[in-house]
Ligand binder design. Structure first.
Ligand SMILES: *[C@@H]1O[C@H](CO)[C@@H](O)[C@H](O)[C@H]1NC(C)=O
Ligand SMILES: *[C@@H]1O[C@H](CO)[C@@H](O)[C@H](O)[C@H]1NC(C)=O
Ligand SMILES: *[C@@H]1O[C@H](CO)[C@@H](O)[C@H](O)[C@H]1NC(C)=O
Ligand SMILES: *[C@@H]1O[C@H](CO)[C@@H](O)[C@H](O)[C@H]1NC(C)=O
Length: 225
């Protein structure tokens, strides 16, 4: 009887030690900021219209996820969007995913940036819990044909987190601003450092499934840069 009890107690002790040993590392990680750093700020779009924005930076990732999804954006003429600033690849890259992307079958848009990871971290640290005021306007054209599947795959391979940010879907590279045509629409999106006028394929064209790119072979879209 006593022997049995001894073994039972020993077994329970061993189990406790094992469970503790397994639990520790995650607790230590959590205490040690593996949870992403979070920054929030407000931005004034026009007199009296201020929106909330947020960025998170997963530890050791060289990336920032920016959320510009304030409900006051549409009334102010802006689109809600999620942005990824990815400095993990060879060249820094920004993706813009419009919130209404699914409904309208839009691609995610790829921008180049001259910002560096440390620029962005410094900017975020500075603006945490502050109002950033007005931002300069820039214009880019995102209405060009989406990347071919092959080109998109290459991009996702070199910047793996883009695959998730773009939901593994279609991708369009932006270029210097184009003149708008009747098939295009200009939407406004907030980036970290600008108000972006983004030319996209207009409503008339984007509700239909695209004939190019998504299935089968994309038309030879040129990869720049
Ligand atoms: C930003 O400010 C909030 C609120 O003061 C704070 O909890 C958070 O840790 C700050 N973020 C960073 C990354 O310092
Ligand atoms: C980056 O800097 C170069 C040289 O100053 C400039 O030509 C280019 O337009 C900049 N690109 C962006 C995305 O700001
Ligand atoms: C952005 O679009 C607005 C109209 O919504 C226009 O007034 C402004 O000039 C554009 N900015 C640039 C840099 O093209
Ligand atoms: C958009 O649709 C119109 C017809 O509705 C077509 O003529 C035009 O080529 C399309 N544009 C693009 C960029 O697909």
């Amino acid at each position: 009887m006593d022997i049995k009890l001894f073994w039972l107690v020993s077994a329970m002790l061993l189990l406790t030690v094992l469970v503790e040993a397994r639990r520790r590392p995650t607790e230590r990680r959590r205490g040690n900021r593996v949870t992403p750093s979070r920054y929030t700020w407000t931005r004034e779009l026009a007199a009296g219209t201020t929106v909330n924005e947020e960025a998170t930076t997963p530890e050791d990732s060289n990336q920032m996820y920016v959320k510009s999804i304030d409900d006051r954006l549409p009334a102010a003429g802006f689109k809600k969007a999620l942005l990824l600033y990815d400095f993990s690849g060879i060249s820094p890259i920004v993706s813009v995913t419009l919130y209404e992307r699914h409904r309208r079958g839009l691609p995610c848009y790829i921008l180049d940036t001259n910002l560096t990871y440390s620029d962005v971290i410094a900017t975020l640290a500075q603006r945490n819990n502050t109002d950033v005021g007005a931002s300069p306007e820039i214009s880019l054209d995102g209405s060009s044909p989406v990347l071919s599947r092959q080109a998109a795959r290459e991009l996702f391979d070199s910047n793996p987190s883009l695959r998730k940010a773009c939901r593994g879907g279609r991708v369009a590279r932006t270029s210097a601003a184009a003149t708008a045509s009747e098939n295009t629409e200009v939407v406004k999106v907030l980036t970290l450092d600008s108000v972006l006028n983004l030319t996209i394929q207009g409503a008339a064209n984007s509700t239909r499934p695209s004939r190019r790119g998504s299935r089968g072979r994309g038309r030879g879209s040129s990869r720049q840069g």
